[in-house]
Write a protein that binds this ligand. Structure first.
Ligand code: SAH
Length: 237
């Protein structure tokens, strides 16, 4: 937690009440004591500093010193990601948020098992919690938009044309590197990343028909989370 992020309702009259999780982190990881300065942020708002006042029960109280800094800019990027297996999903979601993806669209794919969509990690509370962990990790305050689309074909045929208008669309796929794509930072980008088993040829064809160009990091087949980090690092950082 590099930023203690709080909801507006937990920040009143210049005082913040930390959640139980945040309080545990302050006490056991940061070993923060009353009087210490802590970096704080308001969810969907600004960042700043606060002074730790006290620990009361399971909640720390802090006094806001200032909340005047903008969070870091997001990448102008929509990640179109095949729904990962539940065990990996939480970690991937936190990393995607921490990397600054502006919008995440979770899509179905032939090689996404139906049971993946039943995971409790997709419940609104769990999504919120893991988004918050990603934001706290990276010092951001603004949640990305998350869209869940459980049917591939209707999404690609009915929604994607509008979402991809004026957007540069790349489809990450392992293989020979034919072309090095350079990102125009002023233009919106969309990056499609497949499931563990990869997109099937039909899906690749449909995405290419919708304007996606194949982008490869080389012949090594990477895990989804490694591929996303490497792709964003290569294209943006
Ligand atoms: N078995 C699949 C690989 C799936 S890896 C296959 O052989 O195609 C999961 C996803 O990570 C892929 O669909 C792709 O989007 C991304 N990925 C993995 N390695 C990559 C690489 N070297 N270059 C670009 N994307 C990659």
């Amino acid at each position: 937690m590099n930023l203690l992020l709080c909801r507006p309702e937990h920040c009143q009259d210049g005082e913040i009440q930390a959640s139980e999780r945040q309080t545990r982190h302050l006490q056991t990881t940061l070993m923060a004591k009353p009087g210490d300065t802590i970096r704080v942020g308001l969810l969907e708002g600004k960042r700043g500093q606060a002074t730790l006042l006290s620990y009361k029960g399971n909640h720390a109280r802090l006094r806001v010193e200032h909340l005047s800094e903008e969070p870091p800019a997001k990448l102008n990027l929509t990640l179109l990601m095949a729904m990962p297996r539940p065990k990996a999903f939480r970690r991937i979601l936190q990393a995607v948020v921490a990397l600054g993806v502006d919008r995440l669209i979770l899509i179905n794919s032939y090689r996404v098992e139906k049971s993946y969509w039943q995971t409790p990690w997709l419940q609104p509370d769990s999504l919120e919690e893991n988004i918050q962990l990603g934001l706290e990790q990276s010092g951001d305050t603004r949640s990305p938009d998350i869209l869940i689309r459980k049917r591939f074909k209707p999404f690609v045929e009915d929604e994607l044309p509008t979402l991809s208008e004026g957007v540069e669309c790349l489809l990450a796929h392992p293989g020979p590197v034919h072309e090095k794509h350079c990102i125009n930072r002023h233009q919106a980008q969309m990056l499609a990343v497949g499931p563990e088993g990869g997109f099937i040829p039909y899906e690749i064809e449909k995405l290419c028909e919708s304007g996606f160009r194949i982008h490869s990091l080389g012949p090594r087949i990477l895990r989804v989370d490694t591929a996303i980090s490497a792709l964003i690092g290569q294209l943006y950082l």
